[in-house]
Write a protein that binds this ligand. Sequence first.
Ligand code: DQA
Length: 164
Amino acid sequence: MNLLSVVDFGGFLVTIFSVLVLHGPNLNLLGRREPGIYGLETLDGITESLETEAKNLGVSIDSLQSNYEGALVDAIHGALGIHRGLLINPGAYTHTSVAIRDAIAAVALPTVEVHLSNVYRREAFRHHSYIAPVAVGQISGFGAFSYILGLRALIHHLTHIPSG
Ligand code: DQA
């Protein structure tokens, strides 16, 4: 899906845009990974819910999960000219990755950071995010619903806040 597409909805021409959804390491194991912390929803289930929500909001999404920092950096670079914004759960890279932070700053795409768990109620090393300073905002602690809230927040930002 291109940056801005014109779609024919039964005679009505509607412009829609696309956002990139990125999931960091270990999130492929959602559903079986520490369910007391992350819940029972699988990554496929989250993607399905996000696609339904995106359709309702009139946007399109592409999703990618990777356990590799460089693959996430490449995906962020690849979003330039294709996507209008970025929804990202960087997983543990939240707390370690200057490279992902720099990639987001480099492409300057509006970014919302999401976490399933409330990272501020957990170990001290999870209280620092390298991503938050280059994000529009952060949503943390609502389980799989954090992604839905994050997508709504990102779309609101992209459609209501003037860029530039
Ligand atoms: C997480 C929180 C991180 O601290 C952790 O490393 C994750 C998942 C979350 O969604 O709650 O992998 O990003």
